[in-house]
Design a protein around this ligand. Structure first.
Ligand SMILES: Cc1ncc(COP(=O)(O)O)c(C=O)c1O
Length: 426
């Protein structure tokens, strides 16, 4: 009997193994087919540079997640073709302006920008047959204007003055668009004189190029992108960044935090997420010298002057770039915020080096400040929460300031931390 039992056992176990293998192969086949299909879908070529904007990865920042007991996730906006979150804004601004007819192919898009938006406009404009003219404060990192010129944009570096001054870089950019429009209109009028073509006028008509020497006469009109007040900025994040975060987390997100420059990112994302679930908490992280923290927490900017935008944000208040402001923009006013935190330059510098060492993340100053914000939110909410922030651009654009040891030493900002002690985490 014993041999029969053994044979029976062998037959039974052989059958069991065969069935398990069949089931395993079945699942393996279908899983493989599915993942191949998924991969193929992902690998489908995107339609030009414009189609490569957005749909950026959301990554777990391992070091910060482990240190806080929260899931801290960063949206890798530095992977956009123009290298920053501002690609989304540039694309939306140009698309809407072309649709409304305010911008024509061959026209010039002008902007007053400390860098990233300008780089994005210069990247996106040629895809629509347009050009880009940028007015930039001369305290912005030099590599930003070098990149702009290399991209084919024209650049004016100007002295930083208050926004109420006619020569604030944003106001100059606005004027340049008007000038380009006037020149284009004049040009059109001239070519229509007596129904004759301008080429046939034999030099008897005024030449706008001689009257207005300079590059502006070469364009088919101008359009001021106006990233601070143009709500296309808000819509870029409300329709793009926000929905992507929602999908990438399967709706499992407890909080969002970001710093504000124009306010477009924090406004668009917070409005979208809170519409999806009012339980999601949205926060601002504000750098030194900015009045927004007070606005969010106390309802007023620091002083009446700041509220009215008369006080210049002192360039030495913070070494971070693109974030912090002392006036309320239309974009920021759309934000749905539950609170605000403040971060210091020292924390941002230390955070950037910590992430470089521990995660291989080489981030710009605003991204580092956003991560400071994410840790502050994690500490406030406690372990077990999922917190999303924005990794706006990478460190390459910040070599001459944020990543320059001499520059940092000058402001007493030389990084010294070995861990996260600068965030009071052991
Ligand atoms: C590098 C960088 N990060 C962050 C921001 C802030 O984003 P937002 O303007 O959407 O508030 C800016 C704005 O110019 C920026 O240039």
């Amino acid at each position: 009997m014993a041999p029969v039992r053994t044979t029976g056992a062998i037959v039974a176990s052989t059958a069991a193994i065969s069935i398990s293998m069949a089931i395993f192969s079945y699942f393996l086949f279908f899983k493989k087919t599915n993942s191949t299909l998924h991969c193929n879908k992902k690998k489908k070529p995107r339609n030009g540079v414009v189609d490569a904007i957005g749909n950026t990865p959301l990554i777990r920042i391992n070091s910060l997640s482990e240190a806080t007991g929260c899931e801290i996730l960063g949206k890798c906006e530095f992977l956009n073709p123009g290298g920053s979150v501002k690609d989304r804004v540039a694309l939306k601004v140009i698309q809407e302006a072309l649709e409304s007819g305010e911008l024509s192919p061959g026209g010039v898009v002008t902007e007053g920008s400390a860098g990233s938006t300008a780089i994005s406009l210069a990247t996106v404009a040629p895809a629509f047959g347009c050009k880009c003219h940028v007015v930039i404060p001369d305290d912005a990192a030099i590599e930003k204007s070098q990149i702009l010129e290399a991209l084919g944009a024209t650049v004016e570096r100007v002295r930083p003055v208050s926004i109420t001054h006619r020569d604030h870089y944003v106001n100059i950019a606005k004027r340049r668009a008007l000038e380009a429009n006037e020149l284009a209109a004049k040009d059109k009028k001239v070519s229509q004189v007596d129904g004759k073509d301008r080429d046939q006028m034999d030099g008897c008509v005024p030449d706008p190029e001689k009257e207005n020497p300079g590059f502006l006469s070469h364009y088919n009109g101008g359009f001021f992108a106006d990233q601070f007040e143009n709500l296309a900025n808000f819509r870029a994040h409300y329709e793009g960044t926000g929905p992507e975060i929602w999908e990438q987390t399967d709706g499992n997100v407890d909080a969002f935090v970001a710093a504000a420059g124009t306010g477009g990112t924090v406004a668009g994302v917070s409005t979208f997420l809170q519409e999806k679930s009012p339980k999601i908490k949205c926060f601002l992280i504000d750098p030194p010298g900015s009045g927004l923290f007070n606005k969010v927490t106390r309802g007023v900017m620091y002083t009446k002057e700041e509220a009215e935008g008369r006080r210049l944000k002192n360039p030495f208040d913070t070494i971070t770039e693109g974030i912090g402001i002392n006036r309320l923009t239309k974009n920021f006013m759309m934000a749905k915020l539950d609170g605000a935190f403040q971060g210091t330059d020292k924390e941002a510098v230390e955070m950037s080096r910590f992430l470089l060492k521990n995660d291989g993340l080489f981030l710009g100053s605003s991204s580092a400040m956003n991560c400071v914000g994410a840790v502050q939110v994690a500490k406030a909410l406690g372990p077990g929460h999922t917190i999303v922030t924005i990794l706006c651009d990478n460190g390459m654009r910040h070599l001459s300031k944020f990543y320059d040891p001499k520059y940092l030493a000058q402001y007493g900002l030389t990084p010294t931390a070995t861990g996260l002690e600068f965030m009071s985490i052991k």
